[in-house]
Design a protein around this ligand. Sequence first.
Ligand SMILES: [Fe+2]
Length: 420
Amino acid sequence: MNILLLCLASGLLIVFLRILFKFLKSNQALPEAIKDSVKEELRGPNTAGFLTMSKLEKKIWYEEEVAFIFRLIEDISLNLNRDEIARHIVSQVQQFLNAKISVLILIDENTQEARIRYAQGLEEEMVRDLVLKKGESISGWVMQKNEALLVTSLNNEAWFKKINKEVYFKNSFISVALSNDKQPLGVINVCGKKTGEAFTKEDLKFLTSVAKMAAIAFSNVRLHEQMQEGYLKTITALAATIDARDPYTRKHSENVTKYSTEISRQLNCSALDIEMIRRAGLLHDIGKIGIRDEVLLKPGKLNQEEFEQIKLHPQKGEAIVQSLSFLKEISLLIRHHHERYDAGGYPDGLKGEKIVLGARILAVADSFDAMNSDRPYRKRLSPEIIKEELIKNKGTQFDPEIIDCFLGILEKHPEICGWQ
Ligand SMILES: [Fe+2]
């Protein structure tokens, strides 16, 4: 994965180094003092627009544009965080084009709805509430047509004025689609120059270059996510084979994942932590892959030696996921899912909050599902007995806060575990 990203980034850099080389070949560098004085005029309130720029002013504009694109490539090409990329592009573009409003909209792959990912100059409510369906409003039209649209005055554009659902489009604006070869990804908009002037064709060309870079960066993020998802599916199928080895533990990993993610949601864990807990739930017993059938599937009581073998599965699981870069973060959750809050667990005998939160959550979900499932030597326990057991072991085996949270979930949603 890292190699693929590096190749993409290197490709990008090579393309732009060529562009820069061509540019430098045809333009000699300007003395800094001249640049500064002209920049002042270009950024000043009386700028008369690109058409009236002198040759020198245009040269400086191009130099700044190339430098901007270079900085942008450097800043976003290896970033895999959608929000950071969006924030960076929006703030930099707004500053460069001296715009009042700058907006980046992305299409949600699942719902196909377009929402604002980041904006500057807009009210929070609008950023939160604006949802565009395919082809809707000006941004929707630009995305659908894969257009780069420059409007110098909305009042002169009756049709765009009529379809405008995004009230921030007023007077002059630019709207450029972000797309890869296969599909539209979103749109970037700038509205109203702070100087009160209209945007120019040069501004449009500049924003089109930015949109190309942005589309590559967002496509990289999506590619990375798809690859991670693919790896996860493979490893989950592997984990399911462990459950399948024993008819009594079928669906165990799935159930543990369901309870753990619900607990972590109720505890207000971050989206990233919830995702890690979900993955750890699916894979918490992956280490059992290395345990012989006659031990793992033994219907009767295990002897000491057999139990010692079973007790090795958290470390074996940790070793398996540590070898996969995208699962490294959950290795501790897997290692510690059999620790006890009072330090009586294994493999490390950690106590209380020294056990990572995700592992404390897994411990509750894991024990609950064991009690709530049939075993070769007993039927599933009744809801009353299970609740008693959870309360009895609060503060000894289990983190008391997590038990309170889980009891609350069971009270409100008994259907989550088939209690109805
Ligand atoms: Fe386990």
